[in-house]
Design a protein around this ligand. Structure first.
Ligand code: GLN
Length: 484
């Protein structure tokens, strides 16, 4: 039963091949049995899941089942869940039980989905390896000595290990796409503003965006149709109605123009990863698409611009964790200053502190123009590169990440090496564009991700393009050995 995709579960439930309680219990047992190897969950809400599944079964029996009625999913532990601890991977929020649901969580509840729990993540979504979590590193189901990618490493590993067919995740600089690439799963980061950020703990507000991780593009379409909604509670959320993202999956892609940026195939790209991506592009030609060489000349400035803007926004967003209102508080503070300093000093991990320091520095009076303003100007140039490219092409493709999953601990001592993991994904966040990663083969025995970047609000086309590839290939059906 754990092999089933979301689309298959929906059919199986409606055809009464199994009940939601049955599949939910089965997956909870798998989590219990297998997840000590992967550490992909921080919190498992078994009793609540069974209750939700029983309610879903009743609705299915009455014939008033909404879109995902009875389908098990899990949420990244960055989405607030009413009555369920929401840690954001941090000691700071280890004791935080939100009194409300994020809009995304609420949308899935309205759609009848059953939440199995909360998935592990890098602390405050800062990282590319899921090693910065207060709850310990997540292990890649393809090889448990390797990282699953980050920051949504738990969401990706749980799907790759067949513990749950779909998860929510977030992407500020690559955190949906890079872990999807590392684990052989399908991940989609929508256009900035398509999915509500209300109740999604903020890292860098102008870049953060929620999206799904699944095994297939069809499942990503099913989840996105529920996730993406207008929301008055988030002023940056686009005022667009919900949409059926499955509607165009079967359209032909004959004549599709695929832009291939030369900058994405240069130095630093593992040659086997590059070869798999080139092979995927050839497969697209066979499906009738046309490859067009393009240039995104400011690509090399994306990582440096991001590492000014994201920490700057993070330093402001994380100032709310002060030991006073909620979250971690140090023992026996001597005075208010001591309370602030020790609560933050003891509550935050190293990477989070590094970002707060960098961000506060970049925003300080003497350096604001030199760093923050400059980075914003660069951001504008990066966006313009994409706008120009989309005059000529329908989608852009390249590798998701420069290498397959690396060993746990390998890049911990060198933050810059870790930051370069997102060299191909960060620019889309700076531009606010949607992007996907789908499996396209193996390098050194590990999954490789093909990145598909779409124009603004062109998620339906990206999903169509991804689905057509998955109809003609079976990379997305390969299963991690540890998931057998
Ligand atoms: N790896 C990037 C970072 O550490 C992106 C993280 C993310 O997308 N949340 O900031």
């Amino acid at each position: 039963m754990h092999q089933l995709t979301i689309a298959e579960i929906i059919r199986g439930l409606r055809d009464k091949q199994f009940s939601s309680v049955e599949i939910t219990s089965h997956l909870l047992e798998r989590i219990q049995e297998l997840d000590n190897q992967f550490n992909s969950f921080i919190t498992v809400t078994g009793d609540q899941a069974i209750k939700e599944a029983a309610a879903a079964d009743a609705r299915l029996a009455q014939g008033d089942a909404p879109a995902l009625c009875g389908v098990p999913i899990a949420h990244k532990d960055i989405f607030c869940t009413n009555g369920v601890r929401t840690s954001c991977g941090s000691k700071m929020l280890d004791n935080f039980v939100p009194p409300y649901d994020a809009t995304v969580v609420d949308n899935f509840q309205q759609a009848g989905a059953v939440s199995l729990g909360k998935t592990n993540m890098d602390e405050f979504a800062m990282g590319s390896s899921n090693e910065s979590s207060f709850y310990g590193a997540v292990k890649n189901p393809w090889n448990v000595e390797r990282i699953p990618g980050g920051s949504s490493g738990g969401s990706a590993a749980a799907v790759a290990a067949l513990l749950v067919p779909g998860t929510t995740a977030t992407d500020t600089g690559g955190s949906i796409r890079q872990p999807a690439a590392m684990t052989g799963t399908t991940g989609l980061k929508p256009t900035y503003g398509r999915v509500s950020r209300w109740g999604m703990i903020a890292f860098a507000s102008s870049l953060d965006q929620g999206g799904p991780i699944t095994r297939t593009a069809e499942d990503a379409a099913l989840m996105l149709s529920v996730m993406a909604s207008p929301d008055k509670k988030d002023s940056t959320c686009l005022d667009r109605p919900t949409q059926d993202y499955t509607a165009n999956l079967n359209d032909s892609i004959k004549g599709l123009k695929i832009g291939v940026p030369s900058e994405y195939f240069g130095e630093g790209l593992d040659s086997e990863v590059g070869a798999r991506v080139q092979e995927a592009l050839k497969d697209y030609e066979k499906l009738g698409a046309e490859l067009v060489e393009i240039s995104l000349p400011h690509s090399k400035l994306a990582v440096p611009a991001y590492y000014v803007i994201a920490p700057a926004e993070a330093s402001a967003n994380l100032s709310r964790f002060d030991g006073v209102r909620y979250g971690y508080r140090c023992e026996n503070p001597a005075d208010l200053r001591d309370l602030y300093m020790r609560s933050r000093g003891e509550g935050f991990g190293e990477e989070v502190k590094r970002r707060i320091l960098v961000g506060s520095y970049a925003l300080s009076a003497g350096y604001y123009d030199a760093y923050y303003n400059k980075a914003q100007q660069v951001r504008r140039l990066i966006k313009q590169d994409f706008v120009d490219a989309f005059d000529k092409v329908d989608v852009i493709m390249g590798p998701t990440a420069p290498n397959p999953a690396f060993k746990l601990g390998e890049k911990n001592a060198d933050p810059v090496a870790m930051y370069l993991e997102d060299i191909y994904t960060i620019a889309t966040n700076l531009a606010g564009l949607p992007g996907m990663s789908i499996p396209c083969g193996f390098a050194h025995g590990l999954p490789v991700g093909l990145q598909i970047i779409g124009n603004y609000l062109d998620e339906a086309r990206m999903l169509n393009v991804a689905h057509q590839f998955q109809q003609a290939s079976d990379w997305h059906q390969k299963t991690a050995p540890a998931a057998e």
